[in-house]
Design a protein around this ligand. Structure first.
Ligand code: NAD
Length: 480
């Protein structure tokens, strides 16, 4: 049995009460490892270690450019060991190996991108009146908490912790209970660098134990949470008790909007990828398809053919579509399918589990197209987190925008048209944090600010915008 330890104050530790939790392969159901089941006492230890480090002379005097150099080394170490780390991510999440490789590269890019910013966090001078020198300082906020979901564990822990460390903060991260392994691998890499012990801490454990304890801890200064709306709302309530700021990256029900003049072949590729990637278990999955009525039937026929031909298999075998995370997620999907049937949906592809004998160890779900739902039905409104796309027809641009904005989410949208004016007009009316025109990125590159409108959350990660989460502005006025 492989037992992994968590990382607090530069030491590898069991949990205080020696409890463990298991992480299994979504592809086969096999036990991969046991990790400590951290609880409030472990969180307290990690937060105190982080605080001590933050206030130490060593960290306070640490030269920003040196932080940057170390972050570059972390990026290089991720790339040096990319194949092994990708395989570990694939085993833990079930995602196809190709996707695992992309995730490792994205993680390296986060460290690289923010490495370059470490010594470029500027304040301003502000003209007030003669005899007063007024300036601002952008200071690190302190001990930052990072709560990470199971779908892109390495990418997401990298995206927020790289920005936090670059700006001079210290970190306590809690990976998801289902996929803790690459966070511990990242801790191994960081352990080999010259970052002071206590800058980076990882506590493994369940959300309702370790996660809740972290959010409620008075010793943290900021929480970055990525996960579901329901948990995010609870995290915000816990933070409110201690008046701590939060950045919330929550779910989505993102539309691809296809106008009649779009490049259908190009759109077909991206629409497919946007719902197949990570078996649809992606916050920014293109889970709604809004199509001009004149091209709908033809396009859906092509989409059904394409989705039916998608190869399904274990992550390690690198098919195009891997498994659903676990039985709980699968049952949730099944219940959505049941509701869709009750709501009168037509299934143009998929709709059920892939029952191949060699895949019986995991929960594999066929790529699915649902048509005929009312746009305000439950299945059309709620995030399913599966390779399931719901389709709707529109006749006018106004109707397309109304449908696109017609859910409580607002994370990403794709607009497909050759009419440049229309593309920008529609983009301006969409209430979502990222709009892609004639392409679609699940969150896009590391440089693009990413975050939600409405219940998809608030605050922005990625790009330079993320640096605001991890700095606090001080105004200094000097009379001379
Ligand atoms: P989740 O909310 O169940 O869990 C997310 C994290 O929160 C996990 O680490 C979990 O252990 C922890 N957690 C659970 N209960 C907690 C509590 N009471 N207090 C503190 N932490 C707690 O979400 P999930 O199922 O892991 O992820 C799926 C969801 O995440 C989807 O809704 C998806 O859209 C969203 N997501 C959003 C983004 C984004 O960037 N917007 C990215 C990935 C996933």
């Amino acid at each position: 049995m492989v037992k992994k330890l968590m990382y607090i104050a530069g030491e590898w530790r069991e949990s205080a009460d020696m409890a463990w939790l298991e992480t299994n392969s979504p592809s086969t159901g096999d036990l991969l490892a046991e990790v400590p089941r951290g609880k409030a006492q472990d969180i307290d230890r990690a937060v105190q270690a982080a605080r001590t480090c933050f206030e130490s002379q060593e960290w306070q005097q640490f030269i920003p450019a040196e932080r940057g150099r170390i972050l570059h080394k972390i990026a290089a170490a991720l790339r040096d060991d990319a194949e092994a780390i990708a395989l570990l991510e694939t085993q833990d999440t079930g995602k196809p190996l190709t996707q695992g490789r992309k995730d490792v590269e994205a993680a390296a890019q986060y460290f690289e991108y923010y490495a370059g910013m470490a010594d470029k966090i500027f304040g301003e001078t502000i003209p007030v009146q003669p005899g007063i020198l007024d300036y601002t300082l952008r200071e690190p906020i302190g001990v930052t908490a990072h709560i990470v979901p199971w779908n892109y564990p390495l990418q997401i822990i990298a995206r927020s912790t790289a920005a936090a460390i670059a700006t001079g903060n210290v970190v306590v991260a809690k990976p998801a209970e289902d996929t803790p392994l690459t966070a511990l691998k990242l801790a191994e890499i960081i352990d080999r660098t010259a970052l002071p012990k206590g800058v980076f801490n990882v506590v493994t454990g369940f959300g309702f134990e370790a996660g809740a304890a972290l959010c409620e801890h008075p010793g943290i200064d900021h929480i970055t949470f990525t996960g579901s709306v329901q948990t995010g709302s609870g995290v915000m309530a816990a933070a409110a008790k201690n008046v701590k700021p939060v950045t919330l990256e929550l779910g989505g029900k993102s539309p691809n909007i296809l106008f009649e003049d779009c490049d259908q072949q190009e759109a077909l590729e991206w629409v497919t990828r946007s719902i197949i990637q990570n078996a649809g278990q992606t916050c920014s999955a293109g889970s709604r398809l809004l199509i001009h009525r004149s091209i709908k039937e033809d396009f859906l026929k092509k989409l059904a053919e394409k989705l039916t031909a998608i190869t399904i298999g274990k992550g390690e075998d690198d098919a195009e579509l891997g498994p659903i995370l676990n039985a709980k997620q699968y049952e949730r999907i099944e219940s959505f399918m049941e509701t869709a049937r009750e709501e009168g949906a037509a299934f143009l592809a998929g709709g059920k589990r892939e029952d191949r004998q060699d895949l019986s160890g995991g929960y594999f779900f066929q790529p699915t197209i649902i048509d005929g739902l009312s746009p305000d039905s439950y299945v059309a409104q709620e995030e399913i987190f599966a390779p399931v796309v719901a389709t709707f027809a529109f006749d006018t641009e106004e109707e397309a925008v109304r449908l696109a904005n017609g859910t409580e989410y607002g994370l990403v949208a794709g607009v497909w048209t050759k009419d440049g004016a229309r593309a920008h007009r529609v983009a301006s009316k969409i209430r979502a944090g990222q709009v892609f025109i004639n392409n679609y990125g699940a969150g896009g590159g590391v440089q693009m600010p990413f975050g939600g409108y409405k219940k998809s959350g608030f605050g922005r990660e990625k790009g330079l915008e993320a640096l605001r989460n991890y700095t606090v502005l001080k105004n200094v006025a000097l009379k001379y």
